[in-house]
Design a protein around this ligand. Structure first.
Ligand SMILES: *Cc1c(COP(=O)(O)O)cnc(C)c1O
Length: 399
């Protein structure tokens, strides 16, 4: 009998001991609300914002309840109006078009290419036909497009870019951190991302007016002076009475868990990339299987792995998924006819009807994905690659 992988694709590492310690400290004093502080105390949430802003080299940071909340807040801060068209990726996760829909705006989907990044020609075409002024750019599965070319295109067209960095916390394009190209950038600290607080989000920007609005939107009441990574009080003068409270704050318990994780983010990402490279090496030169080429300018931070079965029949891809599952390897097929467990492609979001995009459909139909939690050893990754390679080869040769 061929080998079977025994690990769990959904089991992340435990919270580090210093995170548990910090969480217990918050639980013991009971001041979980971010604005509930003792005399002279600085809230964990305010400290996290300060530290994340420093890590990103951003002027301002706001911690919120989720990544999706951060995305919606950035659109509200930018004054997106009901009915307004907002550009976004055809290949992303449901909270991205969901954030656009949540403010009454209309997502307009831009195609994906074989590098699993936004198709810049389609972007140019859709900017031209829609006249949209905002692109919510999702770095889905950690793949960065040519950010220099994208920013040149958007700047030229007067399109503002909000970055969805749920999968690129700490990644860089040509040395520039992901999230530092657009006017605002959003991160998630949900369990499957690079830092884990169960739920949570972070929003960064250098724009004082937008961030003042975001702080008030998040539910700061008139306590924004207790932030340490918020704009100065002057930035709030004109907006504080005209900006609604759409509560979505982060609490001190989550912030306490996240601060130690931020300190080890770089080494954690290096460990993720080792696992990614192990799988990639094991899958190289598998007949019928297309690797996703990672550009030289991209310093990615992996947390999952993708490959393409381009132009395969549905039955053949389904066979690969089933045969790998029987050997303990849980693959997700983004191209499956019916979404299972999650949605990640434009035709699943029927509240925003879209004409078919054939070149994009071809790519989406071929994307196979797996999570690579840090609980996997490098040997685990080699075994996973071996199993996938054997099953892809077997089905390919039979076809
Ligand atoms: C997880 C995720 C988000 C935000 O998700 P939340 O669960 O709201 O924190 C946004 N975009 C992508 C691509 C994601 O995977």
């Amino acid at each position: 009998m061929s080998d079977v992988f025994q690990g769990s694709f959904t089991q992340q590492e435990p919270i580090p001991d210093d995170g548990i310690e910090a969480a217990l400290n918050v639980l013991r004093h009971g001041r979980l609300h971010r604005y509930n502080v003792a005399d002279g105390e600085v809230a964990e949430t305010a400290l996290l914002e300060e530290e994340f802003a420093a890590y990103m080299g951003a002027k301002y940071c706001l911690a919120v309840a989720s990544g999706g909340y951060a995305l919606a807040t950035s659109l509200r801060a930018l004054g997106v109006a009901p009915g307004e068209k907002v550009l976004t990726n055809a290949f992303t996760l449901a909270p991205v078009p969901g954030a656009i829909a949540s403010v009454g705006a209309v997502p307009v989907f831009v195609g994906v290419n074989e590098g699993l990044v936004i198709d810049l020609d389609d972007l140019a075409a859709k900017i031209a036909v829609t006249g949209a002024r905002i692109l919510m750019l999702s770095h889905m599965r950690g793949h960065l497009c040519d950010m220099d070319a994208l920013m040149a295109l958007c700047n030229e067209a007067g399109v503002q870019v909000v970055e969805d960095c749920a999968h690129t916390m700490g990644a860089r394009w040509n040395g520039v951190l992901s999230g530092r190209h657009g006017v605002m950038a959003c991160y998630s600290t949900q369990t499957y991302k690079h830092m884990n607080s169960g739920e949570g989000g972070l929003l960064i920007s250098d724009d004082a007016d937008l961030m003042a609005r975001a702080v008030v939107l998040s539910g700061s009441y008139m306590l924004y002076a207790r932030h340490r990574a918020a704009p100065p009080p002057e930035a709030f003068e004109d907006i504080r009475y005209v900006t609604p409270n759409v509560s979505g704050r982060m609490d001190n318990l989550r912030a306490a868990i996240l601060r130690p994780q931020l300190r080890s983010l770089d080494s954690q990402c290096a460990a993720w990339n080792d696992r990614y490279r192990m799988v990639e090496d094991g899958l190289r030169n598998t007949p019928g299987l297309t690797l996703v080429v990672r550009p030289k300018a991209e310093a990615f931070v992996a947390s999952s792995y993708q490959f393409l079965l381009l132009d395969w029949t549905d039955t053949a891809v389904g066979d690969v998924i089933d045969r790998c599952a029987a050997r303990g390897v849980e693959l997700k097929w983004f191209g499956g006819a019916e979404p299972t467990g999650f949605t990640s492609r434009y035709d699943s979001w029927r509240y925003a009807p879209t004409e078919r995009m054939p070149a994009t459909d071809r790519v989406l139909k071929g994307i196979v994905d797996m999570r690579l939690p840090l609980t996997f050893s490098l040997d685990d990754c080699a075994q996973i690659a071996r199993i996938v390679r054997e099953e892809v080869s077997a089905v390919y040769q039979a076809a």
